[in-house]
Design a protein around this ligand. Structure first.
Ligand code: HEM
Length: 149
């Protein structure tokens, strides 16, 4: 499990950064699904996320399933989620929901907590995924006074 530190090819392309997709490295569909379910379970029960919870309807199960499908494709796995929703832009859909940076921050924090809830997940990979999703969430929320909507 010790990272390879030898020079040459390994130094430029460490084994831990192989061609495997993040989807493969996370362990495939079941861990992604579990991640989405942990994420929405946290939002459902932890009062820290109450505002984010209130932004959703009563039944989180279909949204958890949809998030799992989106993340599966986004991480480099099967792209069924996109095939089933031709033309849907997740960024535009969320911008139309018109929430602020506070909800984006709650979303990002809950996602990092859900990622940390899988002890078998490589911590570097979890951090990379958490960082990328945080940037995505921030970009979904209107920022600053310059944005009119
Ligand atoms: C920035 C903070 C976010 C907030 C406040 C938020 C809020 C919401 C809400 C309220 C819904 C339900 C919409 C409806 O009932 O039609 C939803 C759905 C969804 N969100 Fe987010 N979201 C956020 C970020 C994200 C991010 C970063 C992703 C992707 C990584 C994402 C993926 C999804 C998906 C896949 C659905 C289900 C879409 C569907 O199948 O209808 N969300 N979100």
């Amino acid at each position: 499990m010790t990272p390879i530190k030898a020079g040459g090819a390994e130094a430029r392309h460490p084994v831990t950064m192989s061609e495997a997709t993040p989807f493969a490295r996370i362990g495939g569909a079941a861990p992604v699904r579990a991640l989405a379910e942990r994420f929405y379970a946290l939002i459902d029960r932890d009062p820290v996320y109450a505002d984010l919870r209130a932004a959703h309807g009563p039944d989180l199960a279909p949204i958890a399933a949809s998030l799992a499908g989106f993340l599966t494709a986004w991480l480099g796995g099967p792209r069924d989620w996109f095939a089933e929703r031709p033309g849907l832009c997740i960024m535009r859909m969320h911008r139309q929901l018109d929430f602020g940076p506070e909800l984006a921050a709650q979303w990002a924090t809950a996602m990092r907590e859900a990622l940390a809830g899988d002890p078998s997940l490589d911590t570097e990979l979890a951090a990379q995924i958490g960082d990328a999703l945080t940037r995505m969430a921030q970009a979904m929320a209107p920022r600053g006074e310059g944005l009119s909507r």
